[in-house]
Design a protein around this ligand. Structure first.
Ligand SMILES: [Zn+2]
Length: 133
């Protein structure tokens, strides 16, 4: 069975300012970014769902040695959306040298940014980006 939400459709929606994920009709969990099965129960009974563009910062790290094409330092964060799905992306607007544990649990807004493709990618992609609310 194919997932109803392809990576290309996920990318196109982000380009239009929308964040799409998958809703599991069996257990009610949300999955984002798109996967072939529910992140919670492994089920295939999935429908497309609009994901809230706010969330809670659950954890982060400061990248000081960056992959090709990225300029360190920067912050990568894990954010729990209102639907329960967790997203990874950059946290903008916070000085990486000043980032500390006080960021945990802070509310963030979710938007997207274009990340330049490198030798391992098939071109530029859109990626979630967070800012403190
Ligand atoms: Zn499920």
């Amino acid at each position: 069975m194919k997932s109803p939400l392809t990576f290309n459709r996920y990318q196109e929606a982000m380009g239009l300012g929308r964040l799409l994920g998958l809703h599991c009709e069996d257990c009610g969990a949300s999955t984002v970014p798109p996967q072939a099965v529910c992140r919670e129960c492994g089920g295939w009974n999935l429908t497309i769902k609009e994901i809230d563009k706010t969330g809670i910062l659950r954890t982060f790290t400061v990248i000081r040695v960056a992959p090709e094409g990225m300029t360190p330092p920067y912050i990568v964060a894990l954010v729990e959306t209102g639907s329960g799905a967790c997203l990874m992306g950059n946290l903008n607007g916070v000085d990486p040298d000043e980032a500390g544990m006080e960021l945990m649990g802070r509310e963030v807004s979710i938007s997207t940014q274009v990340v330049k493709g490198d030798v391992y990618a098939c071109g530029d992609i859109r990626s979630p980006v967070f800012t403190l609310a």
